[in-house]
Design a protein around this ligand. Sequence first.
Ligand code: CA
Length: 381
Amino acid sequence: MKITEVKTYVLQAMLPDKAFGWSQRVTDRRQTAICVVSTDEGLQGLGEAFYFGGPAKIAAEIISDVFGPLLVGRDPLDHNVIWDYLYNWTRDQGMKGITISALSAIDIALWDIKGKALGLPVYKLLGGAYRNKARAYATGLYEPQNVPSVEKALVEEALGYKEDGFGGMKLKVGYGIKTDVRYVMAIREAIGEDIYLMVDANHAYNAAEAIRLAREIERFNIYWFEEPVPPEDLDGYMEVKKNSSIPIAGGECEYTRYGFRELINRRAVDILQPDLCAAGGFTEMIKIAAMATAANISLVPHVWGTNVGLAASLQFFAALPHIPERRFPDEPFFEYDRSSHPLRDGVTLEKFALKDGYLSIPDRPGLGVKLDTVFVAKYAL
Ligand code: CA
């Protein structure tokens, strides 16, 4: 089998009255870059590049202009060989960030092709399912704009997730310690003690501030404290970890086995959060997960894209080992982004829905989703 074409779509949707904020900025739009890899046997693979600081067209241009021409004529089943080749091609200036997100999208598409070629879901190719449904937590509770009371709006949103059956939810913090404590207290009071609550500062603090916040909110039974300090500040991470009774999570801004080697070797976090659509795709996530199991550090993937990235992440999640293996393992939580995203569900013909707090993991070949080409054409830039 040979790759014949690599296509990318940059999609954008505006959020006219649903702009939302977090500790770093406010956004009024969602974007994503989706790639489609075609072959001479008629099989196509889908991938998505994680978009955050964007614009998504940078990832799309790397996919189409840099990696695309290098892929034509290659066997898509050689994903390991291709990964190392493409990584090395851009290594001098592309060791982290958008280049690796672009590489992730391609790698995901190659695994989709492999699954379709063999008639198996990707999780089977990864070694089989530890679970066939994913216990989901709601990522949301961003800062709503133009509301009379942010706190009231957050409480209302949190109660909505409880109503939907979520067993956990994650609140954005990093607005200043006083404000953070107020939001955490209001939400914990509203949802009760039985639902897991995580907080995410999106690296708003230095170590001293993060430690202060951790000590102030530990009484509210916080399941993890995500990205307390900037991703480059590994010493800060270790200081926070040493001084917090709340487990520390991080890794969505880290890339490849080389980047995660530092987080793991220095034991900078309690919970690693690589994003499949950013850290290097399946090929690299397998290696990161292997390193995590060897170090006995939990891994809970970061997930924040459309249904293409979500489908891919569910496949990886099925095959994610227990860390450590034991008789009564604690099921990992799957990140299910509930923030405003008009593109999320529309890009694929198949839809995902929460049932009793879980998302089911498709057992169709590859990622198990097909692109809705009419929808994609409508939102393509
Ligand atoms: Ca996060």
